[in-house]
Ligand binder design. Structure first.
Ligand code: UD1
Ligand code: CA
Length: 462
């Protein structure tokens, strides 16, 4: 039985990125480029994937784990040399080997499948995935003879003026007969402008041996975009963003201005949710059905249930249960757990706190390190004072209680169910059930104070 194998080339230094980060680990819509490539490769169900890694290899291995095997390329001597590093693992296999660059994050499994089908139909030893580029700068050019048959690939730096004028480019994706590939790789030299062992030279070598070499041209050039610098990285992000947004819209999500809505690849959104422009949804975020996410909201690594309304707010590592709402201009920080039909209004911050169903936190309030029951009314300007400068303390507020405006609750405090805090109180002690705590100076009125003022003697002021 013959198998199907994949090699992902990811050892290049990526000098053109001018980055401390290993090139293929740069992210496009929340997922690193090499992970995008592997995710699509996995959909083609390969028997074994080998990723070629170089310096910084641990970071790639940490990310991809046992989804791939690894081959180490100590020195980056070119793409051909890179593939040769997998010989110990793949050299003796019978079958078909797909080779993909780790810096082409937009390629899809569908295109790989079309390449396989074409390769098999042609009975080829090698098939190149090509595309037509309006601007072929930087890519290897596909050189065909007068009959239209592929002769070789010429890299930009080695191309004559005539060759450089060709618009058909090498996407960096190949399908090879595995045995023919490794045999030919041993014949590749580094006699070229970059002094590198080019994988692309294998095409001419096989051709000269009289083998069948084919080229399948994909109609969508954008898929083959190779990311060598930050300009290409932003182009890839824009294309991926469009792709992601279109998929959500086809699933029943309304996007009012999708050009300005940025959604990471792992985000899930239910149908009949409306998302305005200028919204960022990032990381492992889930949003339910029938929600509204207003402009200038950013939601990161959070779970938002159905029928939730978010207006101009920032939500990170938090949960909102169904029917709850927030904003404008509020902030849920890590471990904020918001119950059903809860109202979080304007300029509120919630951190490491659970807020029970139907509780209202309407205005200018900080809730940190607290557990609030259900049906509570928190007045305007309430501060949960959770920090003494050294330690953080927790506060519990019972259900159906009432916290008057401008109160400070100095943790740790236990407030029982059905109890009250009078407005303007600074609470330091526990409050029993049904009690009302008042902790502020009692008001005294100085009667006829006016008459004591020197000004009062002036007849004009009466
Ligand atoms: C390569 C192709 C070019 C094609 C383009 C498509 C060659 C010689 N050229 O050019 O024809 O049009 O991709 O995007 O193959 N890598 C290694 N080890 C190395 C060198 C590179 O693992 O020694 C990896 C890189 O990490 C990268 C991939 O191979 O993922 C391609 O290398 P890169 O230097 O980006 O090649 P290009 O100049 O883009
Ligand atoms: Ca490249």
């Amino acid at each position: 039985m013959t198998g199907r194998y994949t090699v992902i080339l990811a050892a290049g230094q990526g000098t053109r990125m001018k980055s401390k980060l290993y090139k293929v680990l740069h992210k496009v819509c929340g997922r690193s480029m090499v992970d995008h490539v592997l995710t699509q490769v996995e959909l083609t169900d390969p028997e074994q994937v080998v990723t070629v890694v170089g310096h910084g290899a641990e970071a790639v291995e940490d990310l991809l784990g046992n989804r791939s095997k690894y081959a180490f390329q100590e020195e980056q001597l070119g793409t051909g040399h890179a593939v040769l590093q997998t010989e110990a693992q793949l050299g003796d296999k019978e079958g078909m080997t797909l080779i993909v660059n780790g810096d082409t994050p937009l390629l899809t499994a569908k295109t790989f499948e079309k390449l396989f089908a074409y390769h098999q139909a042609k009975g080829a030893k090698a098939t190149i995935l090509t595309a037509r580029a309006d601007d072929p700068t930087g890519y290897g050019r596909i050189i065909r003879n007068d009959l239209g048959i592929v002769e070789k690939i010429v890299e930009q730096k080695d191309a004559t003026r005539e060759e450089a004028a060709v618009h058909e480019i090498n996407t960096g994706v190949f399908c090879f007969d595995n045995q023919a590939l490794f045999k030919a790789l041993h014949q590749v030299t580094n006699h070229n402008a970059q002094g590198e062992y080019y994988l692309t030279d294998v095409i001419q070598i096989l051709k000269n041996q009289g083998e069948i070499v084919a080229a399948y041209q994909t109609p969508d050039f954008t898929e083959s975009l190779g990311v060598n610098d930050r300009v290409a990285l932003s182009n890839a992000t824009r294309i991926m963003q469009q792709r992601i947004n279109e998929a959500h819209m086809r699933n029943g999500v309304t996007m009012v201005n999708p050009d300005t809505t940025y959604i990471d690849v792992d985000v899930k959104i239910g149908n009949d949710t409306v998302i305005e422009g200028q919204v960022n949804l990032k990381g492992q975020t889930t949003i339910g059905s029938d929600c509204y996410i207003g402009s200038n909201s950013e939601i990161v690594d959070s779970q938002i249930a159905d029928h939730v309304h978010v207006t101009s707010s920032t939500i990170e590592e938090a949960k909102m249960a169904s029917g709850s709402n927030i904003g404008p201009n509020s902030h849920l920080r890590p471990k904020a757990n918001i119950g059903h039909d809860v109202h979080i209004g304007n300029f509120c911050e919630v951190k490491n706190a659970t807020i029970g169903d139907r509780t209202k936190v309407g205005h200018l309030t900080y809730v940190g390190d607290a557990t609030l029951g259900t049906d509570i009314n928190v007045g305007c300007g309430v501060v949960f004072v959770n920090y003494d400068g050294v330690h953080k303390f927790h506060t519990n507020i019972g259900s159906h209680s009432f916290i008057g405006s401008n109160s400070n609750i100095i943790a740790p405090v236990e407030m029982a169910d059905h109890s009250f805090i009078a407005a303007g109180s600074t609470i330091t002690d526990d409050i029993p059930k049904h009690a009302m705590a008042i902790a502020r100076a009692r008001q005294t009125n100085k009667n006829d104070y006016w008459d004591k003022l020197p000004l009062a003697q002036d007849p004009e002021w009466h």
